[in-house]
Design a protein. Structure first.
Length: 135
């Protein structure tokens, strides 16, 4: 069964990219059932892609806390967290660099613009999505 799925993956690679990235979730994924694959599965995927693609790279680690900011720290946080969740340590470092304090996050959460969530033992902050009806 699993060999058939790997064969299907290999045979479905009709594109000709110069580089392929194999990623695992390092932040809370949109679906709660999603979890990172083990090393054996990642290696197998790597080998399959390497047969068809020039360069293959893993995206399997946290990429760091380097985020740009302007004088509007609230808007900066909401912009960043609308693209991807920020780990608590990244938010704290961001606030420190922006000469702001944790009250900014508390205000965003209280106002309903941001949520605190947990993933793999770490706290993350995400922008709350507005519903279609505006609530």
């Amino acid at each position: 069964m699993m060999r058939r799925k790997w064969r299907e993956l290999r045979n479905s690679l009709h594109l000709s990219p110069h580089r392929a990235y194999i990623a695992i979730p390092t932040r809370p994924p949109a679906e709660s059932w999603v979890s990172p694959s083990n090393e054996e599965v990642l290696n197998r995927a790597y080998q399959i892609f390497a047969e068809r693609v020039g360069e293959v790279e893993y995206l399997i680690g946290y990429e760091g806390n380097e985020f740009a900011f302007t004088d509007n720290v609230e808007e900066n946080l909401l912009s960043i967290t609308s693209v991807h969740p920020m780990r608590e340590d990244a938010v704290r470092e961001f606030l420190k660099k922006a000469n702001a304090d944790w009250s900014v996050v508390e205000k965003l959460i209280e106002r309903g613009d941001m949520l605190e969530t947990h993933y793999r033992g770490k706290k993350f902050y995400v922008r709350r999505m507005k519903r279609v009806d505006g609530r």
